[in-house]
Design a protein around this ligand. Structure first.
Ligand SMILES: [Zn+2]
Length: 424
């Protein structure tokens, strides 16, 4: 099995290298914005959208034009990668995964990527980046595999390099043999079909007060003054801290789950849609925007999307599977008799079936339903996979639910479900 992995380190650049990296990032931003402006202009004129190859030709012209000749000081492949990013942003927009691409601003996601030409000297803790020379980095772990590409990024006063490698690893066989369903929520971050749950993360809310204070202090300073810059650095530091706490939490949670289970079933929530839909569009403004944006903020805070992303690749590394199931009525369907009704869900936490009288915690019921659907989906789509032969099916919940267990109807790919296993 081919395993692609990224290794991220802090760089220790010289002053000259720092200046060059700032220039690279700035040139990339310029090229991105220039290309986006060109796309918009052509769209307004009714002209066809330029493809990547045509944009690369534009880029060559910019590099040779007297006004923007400074672009030629930046490695050309790095600039081309920026155009690739713009192409990707358009595809994500067309496929409704992301909003329309926006112009990049200075100080936001300053980064650039080398598609090749990177040399790594692990013994000397240094890396060769074309046109920048050898850079020292803080080696915190061994890089495994063959170097494919490298991304340099700037965040809260520090430069980082993320080295992506590729290597052949043996097809892993999951150590765990169990299956679990997960219900994602606000009150509980994740509830498992076995009744256990993870407390909410809320790192952002904890830091929110500090962040608000720092932002207020920044707004009182004269823009671009040295005190303003200091205040701005403080705001960025708090943002970094929030991000670190969140990542740490999610990594620990997903590592445990993917180690303990061979099949993990989650709701296909389309997190990005949920996050975006509250405000709506000018033609169709959203309803209850304030309440929903509160909910949306918390969804983002909880990092559901990141949670699922990590589960997916960690399970793949351990030889396990992630199954995303259609979320319709998971919290309203009785796991005992299959009766689906809004009345089953008495309150946020309490589930009581009006048909058979089964009672339970609403989130646990949701997780059980997610597991049932996931298992049914898996046995219809993934049962030929030998690696999964030893994972028990259908009997995972024995003892948890009384009565005949009839799995609810299961959707197909068309209704938004998917068996996700990228490296298979
Ligand atoms: Zn029932």
């Amino acid at each position: 099995m081919r395993r692609i992995q990224a290794f991220k380190f802090e760089l220790m650049p010289t002053g000259e290298q720092q200046r060059a990296m700032r220039r690279f990032a700035g040139s990339c931003r310029f090229v991105y914005n220039q290309a986006l402006a060109l796309h918009k202009e052509r769209y307004a004129q009714g002209a066809k959208k330029l493809g990547y190859a045509a944009l690369c030709r534009e880029l060559t012209a910019w590099r040779h034009s007297p006004e923007t000749q400074w672009l030629s000081e930046t490695h050309s492949q790095v600039l081309q990668q920026t155009l690739k990013d713009l192409e990707r942003a358009y595809i994500n927009f067309f496929e409704k995964r992301a909003a329309f691409p926006r112009f990049k601003k200075k100080g936001q996601h300053d980064r650039f990527r080398y598609p090749q030409g990177v040399k790594l000297d692990q013994a000397g803790s240094r890396i060769l980046l074309p046109k920048l020379g050898w850079l020292r980095y803080r080696s915190s772990r061994k890089v495994l595999g063959e170097v494919r590409n490298a991304t340099v990024s700037y965040s809260a006063g520090k430069w980082y390099v993320s080295i992506q490698t590729e290597r052949e690893v043996e097809q892993p066989i999951p150590q765990a043999t169990s299956a679990v369903g997960i219900d994602m929520g606000i009150v509980r971050f994740a509830t498992f079909s076995d009744g256990t749950f993870l407390a909410p993360l809320n790192s952002f809310r904890k830091h929110e007060t500090a962040l608000r204070k720092a932002q207020r202090a920044m707004s009182r300073k004269t823009k671009f003054s040295s005190n303003w810059k200091k205040a701005k650095a403080r705001v960025q530091r708090i943002h970094t801290r929030i991000g670190n706490a969140r990542r740490d939490y999610l990594h620990k949670a997903t590592a445990t789950i993917s180690k303990n289970h061979a099949l993990v079933c989650v709701e296909d929530l389309r997190v990005r849609n949920m996050v975006r839909s509250a405000v709506g569009t000018p033609e169709a403004p959203g309803q209850r925007v304030r309440a929903k944006s509160g909910l949306n903020k918390r969804i983002l805070d909880q990092g559901w999307y990141e949670f699922r992303r990590q589960l997916q690749y960690k399970l793949a590394w351990n030889g396990g599977w992630l199954v995303a199931v259609p979320p319709q009525h998971t919290s309203r369907t009785c796991p005992c008799c299959g009766h689906a009704s809004a009345e089953n869900r008495r309150t946020q936490a309490k589930f009581a079936c009006v048909a058979c009288g089964y009672e339970g915690h609403a989130d646990v019921v949701g997780a059980i339903n997610v597991l049932r659907r996931g298992e049914a989906l898996f046995s219809s789509e993934g049962q030929d996979d030998a690696r999964f032969a030893h994972v028990p099916r259908g009997n995972v919940l024995r003892g948890k639910v009384s009565g005949a267990a009839r799995p609810p109807a299961v959707g197909t790919h068309r209704s938004g479900s998917s068996v996700v296993h990228p490296q298979a």
